[in-house]
Design a protein around this ligand. Structure first.
Ligand SMILES: Cc1cc2nc3c(=O)[nH]c(=O)nc-3n(C[C@H](O)[C@H](O)[C@H](O)COP(=O)(O)OP(=O)(O)OC[C@H]3O[C@@H](n4cnc5c(N)ncnc54)[C@H](O)[C@@H]3O)c2cc1C
Length: 419
């Protein structure tokens, strides 16, 4: 073992990968983690099952990171989704692929992933200091790292430091945004951390009446200051405060950014995206023909889930007791518009407390993507969610944390060995 030393701050997905891989190069590595155990966020990931990566083509991954995906090009090509699966296989974790390419441990238990990382650290002789929160990275006047100060005031000297403190979401897991303070103090720019993959609050109260209802195969479009900015197709959910579910979570990062700039944010839901306006109009005509003597409130059963019908009828402003053969062309068209453009005003997100990831973080322009080393300070490396990179759901965030952790670990070891 060399006398060269690396300190890794943060024992999450990125920090554990970095520490083990650096130690495997023959360098002394200390991992400091402020919680009583490493990997608290991994433990709750994927609803306790841990969607560790995605089985899709790695060459397509970049597009699943809405900001700065290109920054990951090098790390994702060196530590791919297959490498992640093979890495855990070496620690007896078998995996399976589910809907949308999501990869989970066959045991449906995230604990096996945390355990594997603990064993990886042990096998490579990483010294793990738990309940040890770091407060600063120490830098000399040549802008070179020489250690880490922990909250107790003690100093751990080192030749390189890898900061892998995660984002600021789900702070109960230990990720409280400490890395952003460390970064600012060292002169790095931090792009404002905001919640991403987060449920949205609506001004309208009617979603509350539908709480628990999941809609499949719908389209949600995001409107900022009355301009359409993005759309997603798939599944969504009504909740007691507004809307959630995969397509809403994906749109939420843009909603959160617009709300932070005090812009007007709306989501419009197309309940029948497979049909054009005309096709849906004809479909309604056919249904109304079939139910010619029925009341409006009893005429939509073939078209919509039962629980949403009273809401649609109320929002249409059309008399629910009107017999359908008395509908005017205008009324039918009004109904078609409502079904394809169901509007919701977004007044907020549920915040960092419940966001799956944090958008924003250490500005990637100041980090070398092939080594994860700071462009401002020698011997300082960044990995994981603390960086200004965030992915959509599907295993992309853990994949990015593992890959950047791997890169940072290897590069930091090379750096100290070359010193
Ligand atoms: C509920 C939930 C479910 C998720 N599910 C998935 C999923 O299924 N698939 C997926 O790809 N992604 C998922 N994610 C996102 C994913 O878990 C994160 O993007 C990923 O864990 C980030 O890894 P990281 O190592 O950068 O940070 P983290 O995993 O957050 O680890 C950071 C570590 O640093 C420690 N730390 C922080 N500050 C200090 C300090 N000052 N000193 C010492 N230690 C410190 C923290 O305690 C923590 O252990 C989920 C997130 C949440 C919240």
């Amino acid at each position: 073992m060399s006398s060269r030393k690396i300190v890794v701050i943060g024992g999450g997905a990125a920090g554990a990968m970095a520490a083990g891989h650096a130690a495997a190069e023959g360098v002394e590595v200390i991992l400091i983690e402020k919680m009583p155990r490493i990997g608290r966020k991994i433990a709750i990931s994927g609803k306790g099952r841990c969607n560790l990566t995605n089985a899709g083509d790695i060459r397509d991954f970049i597009k699943y990171y809405p900001s700065n995906g290109k920054f990951l090009y090098s790390s994702l090509s060196q530590f791919t989704n297959t490498d992640v699966v093979n890495f855990f296989k070496r620690y007896d974790v078998e995996t399976k692929v589910e809907r949308g390419g999501r990869v989970f441990p066959t045991k449906d238990n995230s604990e096996v992933i945390v355990k594997a990382l603990e064993n990886f650290l042990k096998d490579n002789g990483v010294k793990v200091f738990l309940q040890t929160p770091a407060s600063n990275v120490l830098v000399d006047d040549k802008k070179q790292v020489h250690g880490v100060q922990i909250k107790s005031g003690d100093i751990i000297q080192s030749d390189a430091v890898i900061v892998a403190t995660g984002g600021a979401s789900y702070p109960g897991t230990g990720s409280t945004g400490d890395g952003y303070d460390i970064a600012r103090e060292l002169g790095h720019h931090v792009v404002t951390p905001l919640p991403a993959l987060v449920p949205l609050k609506t001004q309208e109260q009617w979603p509350k009446e539908l709480q628990g209802l999941t809609l499949k195969n719908v389209e949600a479009s995001l409107w900022i200051n009355d301009k359409k900015q993005a759309r997603e197709f798939g599944e969504m959910l009504f909740t007691h405060f507004g809307i959630s579910g995969p397509i809403i979570l994906t749109l939420s990062r843009y909603a959160a950014q617009a709300l932070s700039k005090k812009q007007k944010v709306a989501i419009k839901i197309n309940l029948k995206p497979a049909l054009s306006f005309e096709q849906l109009n004809l479909r309604l005509q056919r249904d109304f023909q079939k139910y010619i003597n029925k009341l409006f409130r009893n005429s939509l059963d073939d078209l919509l889930p039962k629980s949403i019908i009273p809401t649609i009828i109320k929002l249409s402003g059309i008399n629910p007791d009107k017999v359908v053969n008395e509908f005017t062309k205008e009324e039918r068209k009004k109904l078609v518009s409502l079904l394809q453009d169901l509007p919701l005003n977004i007044i907020g997100t549920l915040g960092l407390a419940t966001a799956i990831v944090t958008s924003g973080g250490v500005d990637v322009k100041e980090v070398n993507p092939t080594t994860m080393e700071s462009r401002l300070i020698k011997g300082l490396f960044w990995a994981g969610e603390v960086l200004d990179v965030d992915g959509v759901t599907g295993g992309y965030n853990l994949q990015a944390a593992f890959a950047t952790g791997y890169k940072a670990g290897k590069a930091a070891a090379q750096y100290v060995l070359a010193k």
